[in-house]
Ligand binder design. Structure first.
Ligand code: SF4
Length: 87
């Protein structure tokens, strides 16, 4: 795993370019943006991975495919009406 660039350990925590950063969360496991620093894993793209996952899938995750497919977007009510007409 690549190591985190420009990181320093300070009293407040690990700091990159003036930002205190938080370790990755378990959902980040396998993501290409995870970086190692002193035995802990951090995200190379976000200072706070937990907040990236708080509202659903992290939009920068490289290891999780988007869940929405064309089929999932079909409105089920309209689809059943269309099916009924076809009888
Ligand atoms: S890009 Fe998202 S999933 Fe990947 S390590 Fe960063 S916060 Fe985690």
């Amino acid at each position: 795993m690549a190591s985190l660039e420009n990181a320093t350990r300070t009293a407040e925590g690990v700091v990159v370019k003036g930002f205190v950063i938080s370790p990755v969360v378990e959902q980040c496991a396998g993501c290409d943006r995870v970086r190692d620093f002193e035995g802990e894993q951090f995200c190379s793209s976000y200072p706070s991975p937990a907040s990236k996952w708080a509202g659903g899938r992290c939009n920068f995750a490289t290891h999780v495919k988007a869940q929405t497919t064309a089929a999932a977007k079909v409105n089920p009510l309209k689809a059943s009406k269309r099916a009924a007409k076809g009888r």
